[in-house]
Design a protein around this ligand. Structure first.
Ligand SMILES: Nc1ncnc2c1ncn2[C@@H]1O[C@H](COP(=O)(O)OP(=O)(O)OP(=O)(O)O)[C@@H](O)[C@H]1O
Ligand SMILES: [Mg+2]
Length: 265
């Protein structure tokens, strides 16, 4: 099952959700492919590949340019974490020059290039998580055209909710053009939730009013240990006792991801 994670608002926690859902899924024995579609390459770094190394690697930029069936296999590398289960996570990395692929947006059928590259490759995994940049442009469209379903990530704030709504509406309007007539939103993850902030409680209600039963729970709380794991490019399982509650949170979200994708299968 291929899941595009998106929001047309930056800093929502898309990459964070992918990294730690991948961790949770791998811990229960699933094979996961994380696909970095963001020239920022945050996902690639958090799974162990820094900018200097990425410079000499085959990345999503070359894969999309090649436009060959199954060529994603030439770029896939293993996650570099040393915790148990990490060997079940693979990465299709990105580099800053993935941005150059945007120039191909006008070419007929160019939105299908990632999907073509994943033919015969995605099937090796239980879950493929596609990390979209905070835009509705060509790179996100490559991800949507390769996806079976969409998960939105947002902070309980006005601009984040609007960004998520724009993705949902974009999917509804353009899914046929993207060759995915049944593509839809399967879930909404609320990130950086702070129970003490009235604004967050208020916007959490708005998210529920907008997306109803698609909203997964619990929300991901705002936690220093998560920011530290992100910074250090480590899994939560490397952060000891302070990370235990978050490990449980991501495991519950992974249950909902699997339930949602099972329902589509
Ligand atoms: N639950 C959280 N608790 C603490 N810090 C968090 C949490 N979620 C995200 N962050 C912080 O917010 C930053 C942005 O998160 P992330 O990179 O996952 O967002 P994004 O949606 O992928 O951003 P972009 O739109 O740039 O791709 C992280 O670097 C991290 O420091
Ligand atoms: Mg990101």
């Amino acid at each position: 099952m291929r899941v595009a994670v998106a929001n047309n608002k930056g800093g929502a926690g898309k990459t964070t959700a992918i990294v730690h859902l991948a961790e949770a899924l791998a811990a229960r024995g699933r094979r996961v492919l994380a696909v970095d579609l963001d020239p920022q390459a945050n996902l690639s770094r958090r799974l162990g590949y820094g900018e200097a190394e990425l410079a000499s690697m085959v990345t999503a930029a070359e894969v999309v340019a090649a436009h060959q069936k199954g060529c994603a296999a030439d770029a896939i590398v293993g996650c570099r974490w040393i915790t148990a289960g990490a060997e079940r996570i693979d990465l299709l990395p990105a580099r800053y020059d993935l941005e150059a692929r945007v120039a191909e947006a006008g070419q007929l059928g160019s939105h299908e290039r990632l999907e073509v590259a994943l033919v015969g490759v995605a099937e090796d995994y239980d879950v493929v998580l596609l990390d979209c940049p905070p835009s509705l442009g060509h790179l996100t469209q490559l991800g949507l055209a390769a996806a079976d379903t969409v998960v939105l990530v947002l902070r309980p704030e006005y601009d984040h909710l609007q960004g998520a709504i724009r993705v949902r509406d974009f999917v509804t309007t353009y899914r046929r053009h993207l060759g995915r007539p049944r593509l839809d939103v399967a879930g909404v993850i609320i990130n950086e939730h702070d129970r003490r902030r009235g604004l967050h409680a208020w916007h959490t209600d708005s998210v529920t009013e907008t997306f109803g039963p698609l909203v997964w729970s619990p929300p991901i709380p705002s936690r220093a240990v998560l920011a530290e794991a992100i910074d250090a490019a480590q899994p939560l399982r490397a952060r000891g006792a302070p990370a235990r509650a978050l490990i449980a949170t991501f495991s519950t979200l992974a249950d909902q991801l699997e339930a949602a994708t099972d329902a589509l299968a």
